[in-house]
Design a protein around this ligand. Structure first.
Ligand code: NAD
Length: 346
């Protein structure tokens, strides 16, 4: 039986992997995968990793020297994997490109609805039998313009939800979709005309700080910002400044650029030294969740099922439809390196 080292394990991961796994000996580590913990992988054939593992060049070299053959990401985003180093070290990487776009899109709308109608405050008030509604005024979302940055699987699921609310849609994407029947505009126009801006693009060199000081200046006063994608899409200090200036009506954040050492852990007994995060959390119009937009039963089931299928495909020497490859990703492959050896990059 092939051996899999499973990093950053939480109880909700184990439920589904234990239920669906038949072919692998899985060892669950609570530690995140990084160049230090990669030493645990001696004797393992594959690792299974998640969004806040730090899979840099040193970690990959250590995995390689331990004869690990595959990095199976149990998530869609892979900005935490040095895929160039993986390519150079001939380390295959697979991921779960889609497990439930609805889970993330519904969470994005949950953040917007909660912030707008101040449901988090109402909940606290009524639990204390405080039935005063002063300060809880929101706006109608019907008729408002929502600007969607990134109209892939999650972005288009969110667009459908927004359409149901009777909202006007503006979109920006490097590769506009012809099937969505929405208006694409350039980024500046989207920033200037939207009442709500929701981020659904991946984190890349081009999208890092796509919302920065300059972009906040272009926005309407009273805009809502929703980020369920990756923290570093937003320059947190610029967001803080825009919140302080009163520009922003509310910010719903499921991700934060410096989340890696904090999210998914109980830090309630710790003094948080990240002052930007502390200040963001202290704002009455900021709602922060801990990278949990994916967390539905359906998504966890699909993540386990697709990850185990990716492992089977790899070890059974089959096509690897969910492979991530540096050359393909950067469009550097001459003919696309897929197809040379089955549907695999190398
Ligand atoms: P996707 O690949 O289906 O869609 C991404 C879209 O972004 C594509 O249409 C792509 O063309 C567009 N894009 C790429 N670069 C761009 C750029 N520079 N400017 C504008 N648009 C650009 O991905 P998806 O499944 O919709 O996921 C989107 C993101 O959501 C992921 O990258 C991941 O970071 C995040 N995510 C978060 C959670 C969570 O729990 N919070 C869960 C899953 C995914």
């Amino acid at each position: 039986m092939k051996k899999v080292a499973f990093f950053d394990t939480k109880s909700y991961d184990k439920i589904w992997f234990d239920k669906l796994n038949k072919n692998y000996e899985i060892t669950y580590f609570e530690e995140k995968l990084n160049h230090h913990t990669a030493k645990f992988t001696e004797g393992f054939d594959a690792v299974c990793a998640f969004v806040n593992d730090n899979i840099n060049e040193k970690a990959i070299q250590r995995l390689r020297s331990n004869n690990v053959q595959l990095i199976a990401m149990r998530c869609a985003g892979y900005s935490n994997v040095d895929i160039k180093a993986a390519y150079e070290n001939k380390m295959n990487v697979v991921r779960v490109p889609a497990y439930s776009p609805y889970a993330v899109a519904e969470h994005a709308m949950g953040l917007l609805m909660t912030l707008n109608r101040k449901l988090h405050k109402a909940y606290n008030r009524t639990r204390d039998f405080n039935f005063n509604i002063t300060g809880l005024t929101g706006i109608d979302l019907h008729g408002k313009t929502v600007g969607i940055i990134g109209t892939g699987k999650i972005g288009s699921a969110f667009i459908n939800i927004c359409k149901g609310y009777g909202m006007e849609i503006l979109a920006y994407d490097l590769h506009p979709s012809e099937n969505l029947n929405i208006k694409y505009v350039d980024l500046e126009t989207l920033l200037a005309q939207s009442d709500i801006i929701s981020l659904h693009c991946p984190l890349t060199d081009e999208t890092k700080h796509i919302l920065d000081e300059k972009s906040f200046k272009l926005m309407k006063d009273g805009v809502f910002i929703i980020n369920t994608s990756r923290g570093a899409l937003i320059d947190s200090q610029a967001l803080l400044d825009a919140l302080n200036s009163g520009k922003i009506r509310g910010a719903g954040l499921d991700v934060y650029e410096e989340e890696a050492d904090l999210f998914y852990e109980d830090n309630s007994g710790t003094v948080i030294t990240d002052d930007t995060l502390s200040l963001l959390v202290s704002k009455p119009n900021v709602l922060l969740t801990s990278h949990q937009a994916f967390l539905t039963e359906e998504a966890l089931h699909n993540i386990a099922e697709i990850t185990l299928q990716n492992l089977d495909d790899f070890f059974d020497d089959k096509d690897l439809p969910n492979e991530i490859c540096y050359l393909c990703d950067k469009n550097l492959a001459k003919k696309g390196c897929r197809g040379t050896k089955k549907e695999r990059c190398f």
